[in-house]
Ligand binder design. Structure first.
Ligand code: ATP
Ligand code: FE
Length: 356
């Protein structure tokens, strides 16, 4: 089975071709990602109208490049998969329109994909793992625990009630005058900082559930920063490093502790091959990875982190999620619509409520 996938839900325009022969794993024949970071950098965030226009302009060439790199033509494909939500509606619509156009012109079946399902299925694309596995999706916009039970069946155990960790890293970098994206620059500063000097809050740890909160961290950081400035007139390099280290330690502790709870719930299912997989840009963080790996060692669970290029937004994961839906017999016609909101535990346009 060979599918073309399209992704345009945020600030990356992407097209990819994946092929599956046997098992769960698939081969990525091509994966083109065209980032829009420069287009939005002057505005301090993604501007939806600019994003939608850029997607509409870039999608055709991304598709052409993806096919060329795979050495295929549209006639070699079995279906076309496209992100139908959740995301910025203008961008999602650009992708859905493009996919409908190709489908109408070629007769290829059209498969709508939930972007979050794309992230959540990535460990199967790369590593052939079996259901059910626990997924921690940590990115610039998301933080949630999901038990993946099937290509369209996810149980959400909990997640952030406010900011995503990536957002918190980015805000911290902004408050300390460090370059964007904040994750890598805060991590680099934290390497020579003392995590004990500043004590950041660990919100919601007193509650037994798997929900997290990260918005209090930036308030705490701002207070600490302003206090140092009031006392000493400015921040030294060491102050900055210590603030980063304290901030990062709070995120790691919170994620590890909540993951412990999510793993306990997941292990109640007695999965044959217990696995925790992570996805999303924040999964690149070394301290977070180390913390989660140690926890998995303790709880005798495999730990899996796909390569970073597949953790951040890409179309290979969309093609793959489409492929898995295709195999269940799912087909979406011209009535496929773009959905700005689309929680993963009510996942398929055709199978609303299929999640446990
Ligand atoms: P979403 O996929 O939820 O819509 P997004 O596309 O913005 O959001 P990603 O591209 O998955 O998110 O990840 C980007 C985020 O990852 C940024 O917030 C960035 O700061 C963060 N990030 C990248 N590397 C690291 C790191 N080493 N440590 C912490 N955070 C990191
Ligand atoms: Fe994403």
């Amino acid at each position: 089975l060979t599918l073309l996938g399209l992704e345009s839900s945020c600030d990356d325009t992407a097209a990819a071709v994946v092929r599956q022969t046997t098992g769960a794993k698939a081969e990525i024949l091509s994966s083109i990602v065209f980032g829009q970071t420069e287009l939005h950098s002057a505005y301090g965030g993604v501007v939806p109208e600019i994003a939608a226009r850029a997607h509409a302009e870039k999608l055709d060439s991304c598709v052409r490049d993806a096919l060329a790199e795979a050495g295929l033509t549209l006639g070699d494909l079995d279906a076309i998969a496209v992100t139908a939500g959740p995301g910025l509606i203008g961008g999602v619509m650009s992708g859905v329109m493009c996919a409908k156009g190709i489908s109408a012109a070629t007769g290829l079946p059209l498969i709508g994909v939930n972007h979050l399902a794309g992230h959540a299925l990535t460990p199967r694309l790369t590593d052939d793992i079996t259901y059910p596995y626990l997924m921690l999706l940590v990115s610039g916009g998301h933080c949630q625990y999901l038990i993946a039970r099937g290509p369209e069946t996810f149980s959400r155990l909990g997640g952030t009630i406010d900011d995503a960790p990536g957002e918190a890293f980015d805000k911290t970098a902004r408050l300390l005058g460090l370059p964007q994206p904040g994750g890598p620059s805060v991590q680099a500063e934290a390497e020579h900082g003392d995590p004990e000097r500043f004590r950041f809050p660990r919100p919601l740890l007193d509650r037994p559930d798997c929900n997290l909160s990260f918005s209090g961290l930036k308030t705490a950081l701002m207070r600490m920063r302003d206090q140092i400035i009031a006392e000493k007139g400015g921040l030294t390099r060491q102050d900055r490093a210590d603030l980063c280290a304290g901030f990062q330690a709070a995120i790691v502790d919170t994620l590890v502790e909540k993951t412990r709870r999510a793993l306990r719930l997941y292990l109640e299912d007695k999965p044959q091959y217990p696995t925790l997989a992570v996805a999303g840009g924040v999964a690149a963080n070394t301290e977070i990875r180390n913390g989660l790996m140690a926890l998995c060692g303790e709880l005798e669970t495999d730990f899996l982190a796909p390569p970073l290029a597949l953790c951040t937004d890409n179309a290979a994961m969309i093609a793959y999620a489409g492929l898995e839906r295709y195999k269940t017999g799912a087909r979406d016609g011209m009535s496929l619509s773009a959905r700005p909101r689309w929680p993963l535990d009510k996942t398929s346009p055709a199978l609303i409520g299929s999640g446990k």
